[in-house]
Design a protein around this ligand. Sequence first.
Ligand code: GLV
Length: 324
Amino acid sequence: MKHKIIVACPIFEEVLARLHEHFDVTDNQANEVWTKAEWTHKLSQHTAALTTGADPVDAEVLAGCPQLKAVANMAVGYNNLDVPAMTARGIQASNTPDVLTETTADFGFALLMATARRITESEHFLRRGEWKQWRYDMFAGTEVHGSTLGILGMGRIGQGIARRGAHGFGMKVIYHNRSRLSPEAESECKATYVSKEELLKTADHVVLVVPYSPASHHTIGAAELAHMKPTATLINIARGGIVDDAALAVALRERRIAAAGLDVFEGEPKVHPDLLTVPNVVLTPHIASASVTTRMAMATLAADNLISYLTQGKSITPLNTVGA
Ligand code: GLV
């Protein structure tokens, strides 16, 4: 008997074909949007799922899916999964670390550059036909090379951004993290450990790469924004909810910081309406890992996690330990 699995999102045909070799697969190539109740009902008819970070597998969903054995999240972040509750029910959880680190760090740096140098704002100006003459102060932004880069959350992606800043742009890198890096890792990134307060006060560019949890909710709110330099930029490629988006929109409108670059939003795909009306923010729709090669690697790893667990009792990149 083949396991019945559900793939919650559209996915590469090659990856789907690979899953079909092993399982009885329900796909969502039609990109249907399901309510939580519909998702729970569909999941309850399968023994495993390939999910994205937008598909909840929390206590409420789990209560409706007693036969569930494995969930492979096609993302490195997994705040959509209640891993302790899954472990208690003997359900294997996995994510897709490592394969997206460099691509996501590239994007973090691209967003920093676009934000500091006002690339999208100036493009919109040009497209509106408002470019009449060269001016010395036209879209003059914030310096990137040689400036101070502050990274909040120094995991694999944070370190990738630090390396780019230090080695490529001669930036002074400071960071804050729950735990300090080893001296070797600090020296590879040329990064100096500082308190969160010092980072906010001294960085020219603050990049957020912390994982989301109730403890990291609104890591950056009105009080933290008030500590930042008025010339500073804030980049969020972590998760919606790390930043208080309403407070950020006020700080941007009142020019209490210079600009922000956001790839993730509280309650996405909805975006706080005030962020849509301030000019000094670059907005992208949660695409930091979106190169074709990396998305293929993520989908393949998620599929392989399911295949490996359901056929051999062992995921490649598990998030918990359960009996097969
Ligand atoms: C994307 O946000 C991820 O966690 O991989």
